[in-house]
Design a binder for this molecule. Structure first.
Ligand SMILES: Cc1ncc(COP(=O)(O)O)c(C=O)c1O
Length: 469
């Protein structure tokens, strides 16, 4: 016998039939969720009660009054108050196949059949190996020297691992270079890199970080020159002290500012010459541009020393080249991920390929153009209310009104009430961003989002925000 008892379980016809029945039931109950709906009055009191309990338990109001019911249909999601929303933010880039997707359901059922809910570094299983190999295979497609992969449970932890790998290899260098408005996560070290003073208020500074200006779309050549000059000055001021260069190839939380091959190459070349490891944080950008990795989209493969992914991959990971392999046991955690997140991550990678997301004329760029044309039309019709579009691929944003945070918040909250989920990014100007599911978003979904958004823009143009204020 060359198969295990578990193989026999997985190929048991009862398992296949149970999965078929589950898919059928989910589809049947979810298919009516196909347009924005207000809350159901009879569910509202119970919903408010749960929200208050949540606020008390977590020690503060949640960002949104959002509690899912547990069922959805593509980008449409039902909440526990019976309302239905069009989800164009996907948990800030996590729900890449929308809600209640059959392939993700199947993967979660396969994972539920495993002997444990969590997987770890001590006791591993084949799907973790497959996930690592798959990510490495995708990352190396255009020639990047990435040989190893370490799974972890959050983007911040994947980034911590990346930073440890870089600093360890460059020891005793101890300073870090990053971009203005960078966002790297919420651990102490990542809070030091993240360029938002409020996010580290009252916290010790654990790293010395120096910042470079990012590419300015209004002055590409000038901003590139300023960034290169700044880099040269810093390298001269702190020779041998930089152990990592940290970059999101397209700025996410910072406001959806795309990078470019020329801009990054101009910085990465001198970094390479100075022997400073280059880290690309792809936790938000993975799978959203013309190639799976944004560094591939910008043709920066030769510079990708260490790369992190998360969010849409369901389980987070740090990829790095052989020459960065740590010489001491500095990497490990109890958990690598849950069985279901690893299985769902593998399914997500398959679905992304099957949805033809990539390529210069792939679905990501096509849908961006479609969405962008609508934004442009809105911006022309309501010039004081909408500027943009900004971003690239399946990372798209607009600047609402005067670009103040309060205005972006009014837009996001009013969109939420109308049934459209988008979120804020950037500051001065603050923007409203969308991270549509690359696997499932259709032009019909984009039309529905634009219709809901137009209602909100019209309300703003009629002065409703100032009346409420
Ligand atoms: C670019 C980037 N890096 C890191 C993180 C942190 O990931 P996590 O929230 O999973 O720790 C995020 C999350 O928004 C991100 O956008």
């Amino acid at each position: 016998m060359n198969s295990t008892a578990a193989d026999a379980l997985r190929s048991d016809p009862r398992v296949a039939e149970a999965k078929r029945l589950l898919r059928e039931a989910v589809l049947e109950h979810g298919q009516g969720l196909n347009r924005a709906q207000p809350p159901r009055p009879e569910l509202e009191a119970g919903y408010q009660d749960q929200l208050q309990r949540l606020e008390a338990a977590r020690g503060g109001k949640p960002i949104w009054p959002y509690l899912s019911s547990g069922l959805g249909n593509g980008p449409w999601v039902e909440l526990a108050d019976g309302s239905v929303k069009l989800d164009m933010i996907g948990g800030i880039g996590v729900h890449g196949a929308g809600h209640s997707h059959p392939a993700i359901l199947d993967a979660a059922v396969d994972a539920a059949l495993e002997d444990t809910v969590m997987q770890g570094n001590l006791q591993q299983h084949p799907p973790s190996l497959q996930m690592c190999e798959r990510l490495l295979e995708v990352a190396r497609r255009q020639g990047a020297s990435l040989d190893h992969c370490m799974l972890s449970t959050s983007g911040a932890m994947a980034n911590e691992n990346a930073l440890k790998i870089a600093l360890h290899s460059a020891a005793p260098a101890d300073r870090v270079l990053a971009f203005e408005h960078a966002f790297a996560g919420r651990s102490l070290a990542m809070a030091a890199i993240t360029d938002r003073p409020k996010y580290r208020e009252g916290l010790p500074l654990t790293l010395d970080v120096d910042y470079l200006p990012f590419l300015d779309p209004n002055d590409p050549a000038g901003s590139q020159q300023r960034a290169v000059d700044q880099l040269q000055q810093l390298l001269a001021r702190h020779p041998g002290r930089y152990g990592a260069f940290w970059a999101e190839p397209i700025a996410g939380e910072g406001g959806y500012y795309p990078g470019s091959r020329a801009f990054f190459a101009a910085l990465c070349q001198p970094l390479r010459e100075a022997g400073i490891p280059i880290i690309f944080d792809e936790i938000q950008s993975f799978s959203r541009l013309s190639q799976p990795f944004a560094f591939q989209h910008y043709g920066l493969d030769e510079f990708a020393d260490i790369v992190t992914v998360g969010k849409i991959t369901q389980v987070c990971a740090t990829l790095y080249g052989q020459r960065f392999k740590p010489k001491a046991p500095i990497l490990s955690q109890t958990f690598t991920g849950s069985s279901s997140s690893i299985a769902a991550g593998l399914a997500m990678l398959r679905e992304l390929e099957q949805a033809d997301c990539f390529g210069p004329d792939g679905a990501n760029l096509k849908r961006h153009r479609y969405f962008a044309a609508h934004f442009q039309a809105l911006a022309e019709k309501y010039p004081g209310a909408v500027r943009g579009p900004y971003g690239e691929g399946m990372m798209i944003a607009f600047t609402p009104g005067d670009g103040r945070f309060e205005t972006a918040k009014w837009f996001v909250d009013t969109m939420y009430a109308e049934g459209l989920l988008g979120f804020i990014c950037g500051s001065e100007p603050a923007r409203v961003r969308f991270l549509p599911s690359p696997v499932t978003t259709t032009t019909e979904h984009i039309d529905a989002a634009v219709q809901l958004l137009t209602g909100v823009v019209e309300r703003y143009a009629r002065g409703e925000m100032s009346k409420e204020g």
